[in-house]
Every structure is written in structure tokens, then in C-alpha cells.
Design a protein around this ligand. Sequence first.
Ligand code: NAP
Length: 308
Amino acid sequence: MNPIHIAIVGVGKIVRDQHLPAIAGNADYRLIAAASRHGIVDGIDNFKSIEAMLEAVPAIDAVSLCMPPQFRYQAARVALEAGKHVFLEKPPGATLSEVADLESLASANGLSLFASWHSRYAPAVEAARRFLASTRINAVQVIWKEDVRHWHPNQDWIWQAGGLGVFDPGINALSIVTHILPNPLFITEATLEFPENRDAPIAAAIRFSDAHALPVTADFDWRQTGHQSWDIIAETDAGRMVLSEGGAKLSIDGKLVHDEPEREYPALYARFAEIIKTKQSDVDLAPLRHVADAFMLGRRKFVDAFID
Ligand code: NAP
């Protein structure tokens, strides 16, 4: 089969760190163009806007949209109307309704839409899902605490409305939790802490339940210096499961049972090629729905201003 001619839109940190190497390492793709107001990808045609790129390069089959979520819908609509398959970075959009609209448009035009959740492809996530399916789960605790100054320096969009604040990393935890737990969750209580000078939260404490009253808590905090925590802990009848380092490692009762090298983005691009070949879309909005619910149900607490 001919390679998928792909283009990248919004050339920033994640494109350089992950998308370019993942595409280069997959023979199903040929990267032929990029569109970004300032960013450039060496060795291919570069354009200032997606509209100019699609007009100039009709051979494009698919686009990866890697700009901040507040600006993704318009680009996705333009691409789908031009007959291109679309890969959406996470979170897939700034609202649930806009992503539902894109899903309908992709379906009406016979195109593939991929709402990518990279953390679901972390190496130990499938092993965690299998373990939890094999036992009774009694409680779950999610601890996602990192230093925003280290991971998101000077990213203004992340603090603006629609940028999600601490839910930008927190939604990665939610994408794993919604994949590995056997039953759907819902939020029963949440407290969101907003710096007094920002439109997005710096911390969130959330309680969830499910149809069987499973207690699940999530603590997201961007003020963590030193050790960084990306852990999901489940107390089960078969022991204490710890899925750590963002889904990279799995241990049961302190014994490491799964530890493989990280390859999230190569797996995402393999999945995108698969759904294009099989003429499907892959759009699971559960992680984004929980974020929307936290904003809807959560108490707001104002805390000290955050200066980058
Ligand atoms: P980033 O570097 O700040 O932004 C990506 C690029 O988007 C920018 O360089 C910019 O390029 C373009 N952009 C910025 N504002 C725009 C606007 N108003 N309209 C159109 N394009 C705009 O951010 P990032 O860290 O790569 O994150 C981008 C997305 O990837 C986010 O949704 C994030 O959650 C996700 N992600 C990030 C990471 C990570 O580790 N950073 C990991 C996984 C997923 P131009 O100025 O050239 O247009």
C-alpha cells in the first residue's frame, strides 16, 4: 500500500519531541508538509496556515493537529471539509460539542478522526487493565503531581480559558483510568484551585464513584517540585496495584511485574494508520467529559497568583 501522505499543523514542543520521530520511524507514513505561524520542519514544504497548505499540496491524505486545544476545531473542520483524515492531539478540543461535531463531519465524509490519548499507550497500561479485570477492586487513588514551571514554561495558552490548567496533565491520568477500570465512573465532588491571576486551575481534588460505589480519588497538583508523581494505585483482593511513572511501570504488592521502554507516540501513529486502513474513527470523549464535569460540579477556591 502507498504511504499515507501526512502533514503537521502547529509546530511546537510535542511535535519536535514526539510526532516527528514517530512519523519518521513508521514506513506507513511520508511527512510532506507542515503549517505553523512560526515553527518550521526542516526538509519539507512549510506554510503559515492550514488553508494555504491544503491549497498548495493536494497530495496530503491526513493531518496531525498539534496546536493548543482552543484553536483545533477550526483547523479540523477545514481539513475534514478538504477530505483529509485527522489526528487530534489531546485533549481533542476545547469543548465536548465541537468534537462531537467533528465526529459527525468525519463520518458524513467517510474520513477517519482520531482523538488520540497518548497515555493509554504507555507500556504497562494494558497489563494493568488485565490485572484489574481479574480481581475485585476496593479503592483507587490517582496522584498526578508535577512542576508546571518545568513542564510548561511560558505556555500562556495552558492558563487561559479552554487551556485546562492542571487538567492538561490530569486528563492523561483520566485517559488511563477510564481505560483500565471495568465500569464507568462519575464525579461526586471536586475542588478546583485557581490562582487569582489565571483562568485555569493549578490544582484539583476529585472524588468519583461508579454503579457499585467504588471509591476513587484523584489529586492533581502543578506545584510539586522535587519528585514528580504520576501514579494510579488500586487496592484489590489480589493485592495492591501501583501503575507508576505515567503508566510505564506496574507493580503488585511491591513486586515489579511490567517495565518496558516507553513508545506511546509510535503506538499512536500505528493506531491512526490502522483506523485509516479500516475506514473507522476512534473518538472516546470520556476523559474530556470528566474534566467538563469537574468544572461543572467543582467548588472554586482562589489561591496565590501564579507567576511563571
Ligand atoms: P506549544 O509548544 O505551546 O504549542 C504548539 C504550537 O501550536 C505552537 O508552537 C504554535 O506554533 C502553535 N500555536 C500556538 N498558539 C496558537 C494559536 N493561537 N493558533 C494556532 N496555533 C497556535 O504546546 P505543546 O506542548 O506542543 O502542546 C500542544 C498540544 O499537545 C497540547 O494540546 C498539549 O496538551 C499536547 N501535548 C503536549 C505534550 C508536552 O509534553 N508538551 C505532551 C502530550 C501532548 P506557531 O506559533 O508556529 O503557530
